[in-house]
Write a protein that binds this ligand. Sequence first.
Ligand code: GN1
Ligand code: MG
Length: 371
Amino acid sequence: MNIEPQLQSIIGRFAFPGELVECEPIKAGHINRTYRLRFALEAGRTRDYVLQRINTFAFKKPAEVMSNVQLVTEHLRNAMLRGGVDPFNRVLTLVPLTDGGTLLLDESGAWRAYDFIVNAVTVDRVDSPEQFREIGRAFGRFQSTLADFPIEKLYDTIPFFHDTVKRMENFENSVAADVKGRAAGVEPEIAAIRARKAEMGRIVAMIADGTLPLRVTHNDTKINNVMLDAQTGEALCVIDLDTVMAGSALYDFGDAIRYGASTAAEDERDLDSVRLDMALFTAYAEGYISETARGLTRAELENLPLGALVMTYENAMRFLTDYLDGDVYFHIENADDNLARCRCQLALLEDMEARRSDMDGVVAELIGKYR
Ligand code: GN1
Ligand code: MG
């Protein structure tokens, strides 16, 4: 097996069993670096793990990330045990270091490892409304299970993560600085962001005036952050807990819709093919609301569609900001990836605006059914 000595020595610091026989990168996410490791045990058996380098440009305080992950996974595990559910393969489980702790800090960065969730798959595009409904139920259960978590114990792993108002300021700073001389080439996109400023600041305003409560939220609810049973399709485990923080339920609902209910990929360049799929919207809303209808307030439930618009807007703005900054945050493969992502999100947002009242109608009906 061909593996960099540096990686080899990092692996040696974790309390893995047996002998390392495979190490392969997993292409997952725009932020962290991820590897799947396989260890040979006795009698031809093997066991898999996930090794991850936390991106410390995005997450400045990895120890605080790990504290959140530890507490939240413990809470989820205990809730399952109380409910008579075997937590094996259903909650992320950290691997300790040989000399204690779960976070390895060295010159090469911040590292941690998890047990691999076995017999499971993730999808980048849903293949049916039923599958998306199941993912909605998983994030809804995640929300309701963490309803009694002591929220003050969580660190803000990325301060102001979904603070759209703050992000608008950062965006304007990047337009003004224009370090790569790219602003002149993206005037329509800049204008599209500016035109929606007032409406898109409404979640932040409703949190500030107490209309919306803070919850323990996942904050990165892309469909590929739920592991599904490879045979039955059942949602097994919510992953990628690095951005679990205090937030609004609208963020979690909204980001899931943004990513999963689009007719196209997040970076689709054929903008005519980018729309909101109402059948997928309805399926996810049903899954999510069926699990949260009694736990969330009426104001939260009624405003869920606003979450979809705001999260789509926020991502458009973040991608454009990063394009203007010279692609320092999101991993890219082509020079204009962040611009393509921005354009796609703006196209999706426009379609969401056209379907706003349809979304509201679906949600109202589901509130009636489940609350
Ligand atoms: C990043 O790493 P990944 O792909 O799960 C980002 C999200 C964005 C998303 C867009 C920590 O998520 O906020 O919505 O890309 N995560 C962070 O695809 O910034
Ligand atoms: Mg992520």
